[in-house]
Design a protein around this ligand. Structure first.
Ligand SMILES: [Zn+2]
Length: 236
């Protein structure tokens, strides 16, 4: 905790004072975030850092494995966050971002015993489609490639889950909402975005690709990007 306590102190005494006016302005007006950013709780994923955005820009929802329960499955904080972001904040962009080396995805696809983690076990019910898809489609891949494929498929599964929420469905229907699927590689800093036309996660090339209408059909080739492709920033 020492590091955190020292950090708080330094923020208050060193960082904040010269920016007081900025923060006062931030507090005075209602937030108007650019996007709802849904990602994993993993401590290595920092949405503001990888998008170079600032306080006020990203409304965030973070869960283990960036899983979003479908509407009606449970009364959850996730549904409340999604609903509030659209209905009250007027969010028009939602980014669902999975990441490399995701512990949740690893646990999900490795048929380990989760009896000692009952909350995780029931949480994974909302990603059961991911697990099935991986078993059906990616059994031939190496563990590393399978984890990448699983993470990407899970982004699509969760985008579909998201589309079951009434506000999301309604705004998608009128074209007032865009949903983007991303994969963030921690070790290379690269972000891939889902290209619905190609049916693949592709490197950023200056164009934003929203996936709609949902539901999505999943990754087309089933081969999975190789690590080398991800690292080089090139994909077929
Ligand atoms: Zn994760």
């Amino acid at each position: 905790m020492e590091k955190i306590l020292r950090g708080v102190q330094e923020f208050q005494t060193r960082d904040f004072p010269p920016q007081r006016e900025y923060y006062e302005k931030l507090a005075a007006k209602q937030q108007k975030p650019i996007a709802l950013f849904i990602t994993c709780s993993d401590s290595r994923v920092i949405p503001h850092q990888i998008t170079r955005t600032e306080p006020g820009d990203l409304f965030q929802l973070r869960t283990a494995g960036n899983i979003i329960p479908p509407y009606g499955a449970v009364v959850s904080g996730e549904s409340a966050t999604v609903e509030y972001s659209i209905a009250v904040l007027g969010i028009r962009n939602i980014i669902v971002c999975g990441h490399s080396q995701c512990g949740a995805i690893k646990a999900l696809i490795e048929a380990g015993n989760l009896d000692e983690l009952p909350a995780v076990k029931s949480w994974f019910a909302h990603a059961e489609s991911t697990r099935r898809i991986v078993r059906q489609k990616y059994d031939h891949l190496s563990p590393v490639e399978r984890a990448i494929a699983a993470t990407e498929e899970n982004v699509l599964v969760q985008m579909n889950n998201l589309s079951t929420h009434p506000y999301v469905a309604a705004r998608l229907a009128t074209g007032d909402l865009n949903i983007y699927g991303w994969y963030y590689d921690i070790g290379t800093g690269q972000i891939l975005q889902y290209d619905q036309q190609e049916g693949e996660f592709m490197p950023f090339d200056g164009e934003v690709r929203a996936a709609a209408p949902l539901p999505l059909r999943g990754r087309m080739t089933g081969a999975g990007l190789s690590l080398a492709q991800v690292t080089n920033g090139s994909a077929e």
